[in-house]
Design a protein around this ligand. Structure first.
Ligand code: T4K
Length: 402
């Protein structure tokens, strides 16, 4: 389908897509197998609290990542919270600002200050030089984030953590099924945290997990996930209710069975996007290293305002009008969100690359519901918008002036 500017809804036409195209549309595994599992759960009436489906889900995660222990949780935010608590982090912890706000909230929730570090604009991951520069006597840990599923600077962060005697944890919410120098993500640092939220390529409706090779830590995490109970009527820690339900585990197991299929679809989509977007002025799709395992879950396009005819936000407005709900993850950066911008008003002074990248990045729809034809049509909209940038900009300016 070749669009002309007349087809662009912002100029009066009908949206190119009759139905909304979402980033994060859930992938669904084999329904028949899922329904068998759900019936079994209902028949046995074991719904949560250490049931067999959670146990097998945890077993599959350990097999796939090669990590000794998996503690499945109700979501990754709670997984981060209990990992942070079990590791004894206090005071200040270094994290990137360019991440989903849950990374910061998991610290602030327990009165630990997230100290925001800048990113390397090439990888969008926390820059080890910024990490080193932000260490103070109050720093107790570092949380590296494998953004978009691409491993962050694991070696450099491990070395910095060891030299400064800091605890290293990874937020691997995006990175299930990905590797770093051939080793599956999950076994780096003291522990790593995965998300299996509905919008992730493998999902358990809501869900997360902490994985670790540390036996004592694993035991502590299991207790903390279940109120700190060490036996009937006996509590040893301040715990929470972080348990995954049997239904979530059944969805997760079914989703894991489709893992290779979903990755294949994501990889195909990624290649079609690259083919069609990388040729446009000022547009580049972030690269995944083909020598690593990748889940290709995020299609992230960078729009360089210096060379693209329209900027990121102008393109988003066009796409939205065409029913393409692209997202500007992770704009404007945690440091510009409350409570952080009030609590730590000077953070932006240390985050020039974060500010620049956050203003240029958009995430595009992919997953099982998105076909190469849809992607070509989305890319055609962007091309047509660029070709008519002058006219479009005028209309957008008039709209915002009203
Ligand atoms: N660390 C990092 C680095 C993370 O990215 C995340 C979560 C976490 C930690 C915490 O993990 P969890 O505690 O959530 O397990 C979404 C997800 O809710 C969130 O899990 C994810 N990262 C983040 C990047 O994306 P929103 O605010 O964008 O969600 P929402 O509701 O706008 O959904 C995104 C799109 O997906 C929508 O446009 C519609 C579509 N959608 C969504 C759902 C839930 C569907 O089509 N069907 C659905 O059922 O955060």
């Amino acid at each position: 389908m070749k669009l002309t500017v007349d087809d662009l809804a912002i100029l009066g036409g009908r949206p190119a897509f009759a139905e909304k195209l979402y980033v994060g549309r859930p992938n669904i595994g084999d329904r028949t197998r899922l329904l068998v599992r759900l019936n079994d759960i209902l028949d046995t009436r074991w719904l949560t609290n250490g049931g067999p489906y959670v146990e097998s889900f945890e077993g599959r995660i350990t097999e796939l990542t090669g990590v000794k222990h998996c503690i499945a949780t109700c979501n990754a935010t709670v997984a981060l919270e209990i990992a942070i608590r079990a590791l004894g982090l206090v005071g200040e912890v270094l994290i990137p600002s360019f991440t989903f706000v849950a990374t910061a909230h998991a610290l602030q929730w327990q009165q630990i200050r997230p100290v925001f570090c800048d990113i390397d604009p090439k990888t969008h991951c926390m820059d080890p030089r910024s990490v080193e520069a932000m260490i103070t006597p109050r720093t107790t840990g570092i949380i590296g984030v494998h953004l978009w599923g691409r491993a962050c600077y694991v070696n450099a962060l491990t070395e910095i953590a060891a030299r400064h005697k800091l605890t290293l944890l990874f937020d691997a919410a995006h990175a299930f099924g990905c590797s770093d120098r051939g080793r599956m993500i999950g076994s780096f640092g003291e522990a790593e945290v995965f998300s299996f939220h509905a919008t992730k390529f493998v999902n358990s409706l809501e869900g997360g997990a902490v994985v670790t090779n540390n036996n004592a830590l694993a035991r502590k995490l299991r207790l903390m996930r279940n109120f700190g109970f060490t036996g009937y009527d006996k509590v040893n820690y301040v715990g929470t209710n972080g348990k995954m339900t049997e239904v979530c585990a059944a969805v997760g197991l079914t989703s894991l069975e489709a893992l290779n299929e979903i990755v294949e679809v994501n990889r195909r989509n990624y290649e079609v996007y690259r083919e069609n977007l990388d040729v446009l002025p000022g547009v580049s799709v972030i690269e995944y290293d083909p020598t690593e395992h990748n889940n290709y879950h995020y299609i992230v396009a960078e729009i360089d305002p210096a060379s693209a005819p329209l900027n990121r936000d102008e393109l988003l407005a066009i796409l939205l009008n065409e029913n393409v709900l692209a997202r500007r993850y992770f704009w404007p950066g945690c440091h510009r969100m409350e409570p952080y911008r009030t609590l730590y008003p000077n953070s932006h002074l240390f985050l020039p690359q974060t500010e620049r990248v956050a203003a240029q990045v958009m995430s595009l729809p992919t997953g099982q519901t998105i076909t190469p034809e849809i992607i070509r049509a989305i890319c055609d909209i962007i091309r047509a918008a660029f070709e008519n940038a002058g006219e479009i900009r005028k209309i957008l300016e008039e709209k915002t002036a009203v």
